[in-house]
Each structure stands twice: as structure tokens, then as C-alpha cells.
Ligand binder design. Structure first.
Ligand SMILES: [Fe+2]
Length: 270
């Protein structure tokens, strides 16, 4: 496992002056931590807007819906240690491929963190990098497929197994990490229909990918939080999870979603 990229910042003016560097690192490393200052929600929005203006995400200060949420995971009860997963592995809103609603990034402001160091870590796996690491025949099989699944009485959802990154054009594995294999079906994207054997092989492959993403610590990036950390994360690429070991009173952040389209006007038809 490795740690994310950390950029030392001293103030709002300082982080704004480093935005070009932050964007470059975001595109290369997918998770960037700005550390050393603390930001109010108003400042976080200013940072988000300037980031959007620089890289091309929404909102950007001129357009785009501002989706803000505060989270301390208090609804997840039970004893979960700092070495176990509290918030299970997921890709954010993977059930939609509507480009107006696909979440491509997040800006997380950990304004309160008084839990013990090393608790409440956030885990990341870049699923573009993971996909590229697979044998070519496995990549081909995944690329040609559409996945259908249901979960918790919701669905069915129908999404291409491999998506294209809005900015870099990279192929990204987009699979539901919490859907059991028996709730998934696969179909071919185009060309000849899959045989039953191909379908079974593909479902086995997807199950294998889920296992690797959620358990292989060698491909995992682990962020150990400090109060004031402002994290820029590519949520199109990053599967993520949160470890336990903290009291909700000691760990609270504000997140803001990023989109690749201007969804402010409510026009979210593809
Ligand atoms: Fe999430």
C-alpha cells in the first residue's frame, strides 16, 4: 500500500496559487491531499470553483449544481476496528452512466478530526490502473460487455462495464463492488452475443476483480487523515472505503461532488 500525494499549503491564497500543480497531480495520481491549512465551507467552495475552472469540472463558479453534504458516518453503528472496513468498498454512483449525473470527483474537507491517528483511514484503488494491469484478453472481455444488476430491491441498473474517463480518455473499470455475483448479468455491448460459457467466464472475472480491488493491499492507497486536510479525489476512477476505529463525534467532513457536465439547469437527459 502507498500514501496519496500531499501538497503543503498555508492559506487560501497559497492553495489558489498552486492550483495548476494540484490539477497536474490529480490527473496523474488521482488523489491529492492539501495539508497545512484549514478551510471554511465558503473557502472550500472557492477552491472547488477554481479547481473546476482550471480542470473543466462543474461547478466552476459560473455553472454547475453545488451538491454539498456533511458526513460523520454516525448511521453506521457497531464495533469496527481501525483495521476493518466501516464504509464498504464502492464506486460513487456507479449505477448511472448518464453523463450529467456521473460523479467524477469530490472535494472533501476534514474540518473535524480528533480521533486517534490511523483510525478512520480512507482506502482507494484506481480502477483505470487496475484494468490496465489485467491480461489483454481479460481487458477485451470486460470492454465488450454491459453489466446488469440489482441491489437491495433497487434496479435493475444497466451500465457498460468499462467507461471512458471524461478528461483523459482512459478506460476505467466501473463495476458494483457490493453486488453479489448471482445478482449480476452480462451481455455483449455489440457484435456476436456471448455464449453461456463466455458469460460465466466474464462473471467469474468480475468477481475476481471485485476481490482484488477490495482485498489486495498492494494496490491500495491509504490516506491517514489529519484535521484540516482538503482532499481532491477522482471519483470516476477511485473505488474507496473507510476504515473504522473512530467515534462519529471525532471525525466529520464536508464533501462536494464534481461533475463533467453543467447539470445546474436541470437538463439531465443524455
Ligand atoms: Fe463514497
Amino acid at each position: 500500500m502507498t500514501s496519496p500525494e500531499i501538497v503543503e499549503v498555508s492559506s487560501l491564497a497559497d492553495i489558489m496559487s498552486r492550483m495548476g500543480d494540484i490539477v497536474d497531480k490529480f490527473l496523474e495520481k488521482t488523489v491529492v491531499v492539501a495539508r497545512g491549512a484549514s478551510f471554511t465551507l465558503e473557502e472550500q467552495i472557492q477552491v472547488l470553483n477554481f479547481f473546476g475552472e482550471t480542470i473543466g469540472t462543474y461547478p466552476n463558479g459560473s455553472a454547475g449544481r453545488l451538491d454539498i453534504y456533511t458526513e460523520n458516518h454516525s448511521r453506521l453503528s457497531g464495533e469496527v476496528s481501525k483495521d476493518e472496513v466501516l464504509v464498504s468498498w464502492h464506486l460513487e454512483h456507479v449505477e448511472t452512466d448518464n453523463p450529467y449525473e456521473v460523479i467524477v470527483g469530490g472535494l472533501w474537507n476534514m474540518y473535524k478530526f480528533s480521533a486517534s491517528p490511523g483510525s478512520g483511514n480512507t482506502y482507494f484503488v484506481d480502477t483505470a490502473k487496475f484494468l490496465a494491469s489485467l491480461p489483454k484478453e481479460h481487458q477485451d472481455l470486460l470492454r465488450d460487455s454491459v453489466l446488469t444488476w440489482s441491489l437491495g430491491g433497487n434496479g435493475p441498473y444497466v451500465v457498460p462495464t468499462v467507461g471512458v474517463h471524461w478528461k483523459t480518455g482512459e478506460e476505467v473499470l466501473r463495476i458494483p463492488l457490493n453486488a453479489p455475483k448471482h445478482n449480476m448479468q452480462v451481455a455483449n455491448l455489440e457484435g456476436d452475443p456471448f455464449t453461456e460459457d463466455s458469460k460465466n467466464a466474464l462473471l467469474d472475472l468480475i468477481e475476481h476483480c471485485i476481490g482484488e480491488i477490495t482485498t489486495n493491499e498492494e494496490i491500495r492507497v491509504v490516506h491517514q487523515w489529519q484535521e484540516g486536510d482538503l482532499v481532491f479525489v477522482d471519483l470516476y476512477k477511485n473505488a474507496h472505503a473507510v476504515a473504522g476505529g473512530f467515534d462519529p463525534e471525532d471525525r466529520e467532513f464536508t464533501g462536494i461532488w464534481m461533475y463533467s457536465r453543467d447539470n445546474q439547469a436541470g437538463s439531465n437527459d443524455t
